[in-house]
Ligand binder design. Structure first.
Ligand code: AMP
Length: 214
């Protein structure tokens, strides 16, 4: 049995063409079904539907052999025990710093004052501001980070941005881009040894279906 961990939503949708290239069709619709283990057309391949932030953990501990997860989630997890063979070039966005439109970010970081930053991505934020020599107080949130500067709880947020629509709707502006984000294939290292053939076949099929941007 080969088990692949995925999260619902954007990553799941964009993974379907890759699964198809590997000859895998999902028999249940994860948006409708309450099942957490989805069958596929292949009797020895199944999918786990887990929270996006849990995908690396399921693969690390062998609950799944393979997983698809954003680079952001992977960096926060740390990547222990995971082989990362492919950048799948899906679910693309960027990790950015954003502030209220009336906040003078340039002066704040130049003056060496401490910046209060709200984010779900504390490891990425810590590393980024440390590399710039900016002192930060981090506030960990689990969602709707855009609110924090609006209610005076933080000077800035670190969040993923796609179209920029969410920032704009909340009168926030992007002041720095930290990194480009896309989703990666991760593989449990022990599973790769024990189930080398079937896992290799999936990696190769995914590799052949990656659409590299022009
Ligand atoms: P947007 O308004 O298009 O900039 O999208 C911003 C929001 O959508 C962010 O706050 C994220 O929660 C979410 N988002 C956008 N793209 C991604 C992605 N590739 N992976 C995870 N979340 C995303």
């Amino acid at each position: 049995m080969i088990t692949l961990a995925l999260s619902k939503g954007r990553i799941f949708e964009e993974t379907l063409p890759l699964l198809k290239a590997a000859g895998i069709a999902v028999l249940d619709d994860p948006e409708r079904s309450r099942k957490l283990i989805l069958d596929t057309n292949l009797p020895d391949v199944r999918l786990l539907v887990v929270r996006a932030t849990d995908v690396p953990t399921y693969v690390q501990y062998g609950g799944a052999d393979l997983g698809i997860t954003g680079k952001d989630t992977l960096l926060e997890h740390g990547g222990q025990g995971l082989y990362q063979p492919l950048d799948l070039q899906i679910a693309k966005c960027r990790m950015s710093v954003a502030v209220r439109a009336d906040f003078d970010y340039a002066s704040a970081i130049k003056q060496g004052s401490r910046l209060t930053v709200a984010t779900k991505f504390v490891a990425i934020a810590r590393e980024f501001f440390a590399s710039k020599g900016v002192h930060v107080d981090l506030i960990k949130l689990y969602g709707s980070m855009e609110l924090a500067p609006l209610v005076g709880m933080a000077d800035a947020i670190v969040d993923v941005v796609s179209t920029g629509g969410t920032l704009k709707a909340n009168h926030l502006v992007e002041v720095e881009q930290i990194m480009e984000i896309s989703s990666r294939l991760v593989v449990n290292q022990a599973a790769l040894k024990l189930k080398r053939e079937p896992i290799r076949k999936i990696i190769d099929a995914f590799a052949s279906a990656i659409v590299v941007p022009a």
